[in-house]
Design a protein around this ligand. Structure first.
Ligand SMILES: Cc1ncc(COP(=O)(O)O)c(C=O)c1O
Length: 355
């Protein structure tokens, strides 16, 4: 699907202006973001700090530095987005793994495991992925509130990566961690922005949102020390156009994602399945019944002619799965199904069971 026309037009106009020097970020950008959040997710910005950050990774890296000390541990819930672990490890912190639990009805969080981990004195921070890339779960208000309560009780700060928030598929509502956590006393920050929703990761800024004055103060200090607010004139134009004029395009994209997911549900050859999908443009395909180990599944997918992200990239719990972008034309999904079906038939008798 081509990029939203209002964004392309705003970028073309900005490019045509012919001057690309320093430009102050106008306050209307924050207004555009909060008008959008209020309209789409009934989330209002009153009383919250909204701080510009070049990327989600930057925000999480700064929060790790500012909210924990070397040697402290940070919770992640694999299988999960690949950048979290290196951000933790490269800051000299350790990874505290609380894997998601895969049951009959899909994935859920291991709240008992989280309670045990959070009680460890070294555990100071949790990176929550909401919605969860790559498994496509949209955490419910109840689940989020449980996380908030557990983390509040053990004084663990939560950084909620909510960059896929706008890619929540109807009819479920996206519940911001901030809303679910209200009144629990947990210390939190959340990352937002148009980069995933509108395909703008190559040019656009993000925002760090928090209600905590200390986090806001430290983040702003780090930002000023490292010049994190150095701006990009195209990012400013795209950010405002996305949030002011991107709604219709996004609705179409969400329809497309739902349609493509249905195509996968109905068209994938046995025994390959697609997991239930509540959010993001990334489908989580289950190849476990092919009974291939990690290298052989990787080879099998290459043999099928598909460039998917192998599940083990997201943690060992992802082995046997693969992630597929479904923000594409339906014909591309049909072609993927055709290749998978053909390769499945061609290899059906040749796959030796796991030794
Ligand atoms: C959950 C999640 N967080 C963060 C990012 C990357 O954000 P950034 O490039 O701004 O660091 C992605 C990209 O796919 C993502 O899926």
């Amino acid at each position: 699907m081509p990029l939203a026309e209002p964004i392309r037009a705003a970028l073309a106009t900005r490019a045509g202006a012919g001057w690309y020097g320093y430009e102050t970020r106008p306050d209307v950008l924050r207004d555009a973001f909060w008008d959008w959040m209020t309209e789409r997710h009934s989330w209002k910005g009153a009383g919250l700090s909204s701080i510009v950050s070049p990327s989600v990774g930057t925000s999480i890296g700064v929060i790790i530095d500012e909210s924990t000390r070397e040697g402290d541990a940070v919770v992640i819930q694999p299988p999960v987005f690949t950048d979290f672990k290196p951000l933790i490890v490269r800051s000299g912190r350790t990874v505290a793994r609380n894997p998601l639990v895969l049951g009959e009805n899909g994935y859920r969080m291991d709240l008992d495991g989280l309670t045990t981990l959070a009680a460890e004195p070294s555990v100071r921070l949790m990176i929550l992925c909401n919605p969860h890339n790559p498994v496509g779960r949209l955490w419910t208000e109840e689940e989020l509130r449980s996380v908030a309560r557990i983390c509040a009780e053990h004084d663990v700060t939560v950084i909620a990566d909510e960059i896929h928030a706008d890619l929540t598929l109807p009819p479920q509502p996206f519940v911001p961690f901030a809303t679910a956590a209200a009144g629990t006393g947990v210390t939190w920050a959340a990352t937002h922005g148009p980069i995933k929703t509108f395909g703008l990761a190559g040019i656009c800024d993000t925002l760090l949102i928090t209600d905590d004055n200390e986090i806001a103060k430290r983040f702003k200090a780090a930002s000023s020390r490292l010049h994190l607010t150095r701006n990009n004139v195209f990012a400013i134009a795209a950010f405002e156009a996305a949030y002011r004029f991107g709604s219709d395009w996004l609705n179409e994209l969400l329809d497309l994602i739902q349609m493509n997911h249905q195509r996968l549900r109905e068209g994938l050859p046995e025994p390959i399945r697609v997991m239930p999908h509540e959010a993001t443009y990334l489908a989580w395909l289950d190849f476990r019944d092919l009974e291939l180990d990690v290298p052989r599944l990787t080879d099998w997918l290459v043999g099928a002619g598909l460039a998917l992200s192998p599940g083990h990239w997201f943690g060992r719990e992802g082995a046997g799965f693969a992630r597929m972008s479904i923000a594409v034309e339906p014909a591309t999904i049909d072609e993927a199904i055709r290749r998978l079906s053909q390769h499945r038939s061609a290899t059906a008798g040749t796959i030796a069971p796991r030794p």
